[in-house]
Design a protein around this ligand. Sequence first.
Ligand code: F6R
Length: 585
Amino acid sequence: MCGIFGYIGKKNHAAEIVLDGLKKLEYRGYDSWGIAVKKGTTIKRERHVGKIGAAKTKLPVSNLGLGHTRWATHGGVTIGNAHPHVDCANTLCLVHNGIVENFRPLKEKLVKKHKFLSETDTEVALHLIESKAQKQPVARALRVAFNQVTGMNAFIVLNAKKDELLAVKNGSPLVIGVGKGENFIASDLWALLDHTNRVIFLEDGQLAQISAGQVKLFDAASGKALKPQVKRLDWQAQQSRLGRFHHFMEKEIYDQPKILDDLSRLSPGTIASVTRLIKKADKTFLLGCGTASYAALFGEYLLNFSGYDAQAIVGSEFQKFARLLTPKQAFLMLSQSGETIDVVDAVNLAKKKKMRVVGITNVLGSTLYRKSDLKILLGAGQEVAVASTKAFTAKLAILTQLAYQLNGNLDEAKKLIAQAARATQGLLSGKVRADIKKLATKIKDEDDIFAVGRLTSFPIALETALKIKEVSYAHAEGYAGGELKHGPIALIDQGTPCIVIAPKDQSLTDSLSAAHELKARGGLIIGISPQNDPVFDVHFKVPDLKEASAIPAAVIAQLLAYDIAVARGLNPDKPRNLAKSVTVR
Ligand code: F6R
């Protein structure tokens, strides 16, 4: 969602530094953007609708700047609604991530004395800060205003009168980058890495006062000074580069063999600590959103097969379980970003219920990572494309190891994951790759595409459909094979593409029956299976890797979705209306 980047320090090209920071945040998804710098004691700013692209900034030299990429919530996509917003005196500007839930009553009071220039809730918060700052320093005014607004918000104020950036948050992520004679702030760790590896993760309810040489931290409720905890990142987190690929989605699909191979060597100690927790627990909940929710569902099947009571929950629906949660249950939270608001809400609730939380995430230092009792890193490297690919298969690889370890078979799981890595490599070149492209060209104009699978292939069918619809905008649906007769088969027409995921497990016969039913209604049957079958019009052969067969099947689906998007002339990296990290409800 919205991206934030701020700079204060010894360099006088703050606008360029901020613009560069915003470019690194582009992958999160946005519809407009803006930058502001301090000029004397006032603010100069520029705002735009659309993508940054090759934009250069014409803002004056300055050592203090702040920028924002906006993903519209309150108010349309217009220049007037783009951040930063400025106060009536043009000495304060504000960028914001989140939603001020009580903006209406606040605005009713403020509108008498303040000039509103946008439809945003952000501007309401800014004028609230401005009104409070009439009688006290801006840092204190921000604190008082923050305590008055409701909702999950991150606010960053540029105070041109005092050379300072002020930040406070509740929910939305913010990281301060600590430099020498300069400091940075961003909504995303990746944007800071070119500048520094010393960071302070701002926690909920903390307020930071940032000057060129110092970061002061306060408790936002009481105003009490806190000691900033500077963390030195000792990992090689590199900003992802496109290299020889056309899109990040393509690159990230191709990253998978190496990631899977690395995961096949994941420390047994890490796996064992989580399985000990699952064994002790009365029940294990697995939670995620979107693609991660399908990984959670895959985990539910695997844990149940291993004899453990497990239930997958879609993040946004977790409240229905609120009264059922007890300290005797375990919670596995799956999130690439570790910042998805529904996941963070669920972690907070689980902690309140004194449950042990396992965070399975790709981002070290993310909110999920920090709040979890046990942590497993996906180790997939930065995922830039909005549609998740490599983080999904990484989660499948980890969940497979957890399930096998529950029955003392970790070595077998590791072998299967290593084989899945090799199988994936085999799909990425040669005939299979060419055949997937050919199929994409053939079905690119189809409006409806179906994917079916049973048992552990059901979540893969759901993910197949999600991937296709996200990046190609074709209507795609995933179904459990056995459900077709209960309604969806009515949609099958002459030539409708039907992807049937049929691994060699107990569901094979039933999956092939489903394929026959679809074919009898005219469906074009695309089989992903270890063995060919006369019912398949197109067959993609994958090895029989037991539960890990899901991995190459998912990779074929990702490639097909990517190819359909490209064949339709779309940019799969930045699908319309979608943001990479969903940090508002
Ligand atoms: C789909 C996709 C989304 C995310 C979802 C959760 O391709 O990317 O469905 O999976 O928004 O995101 P994380 O995993 O960051 O919590």
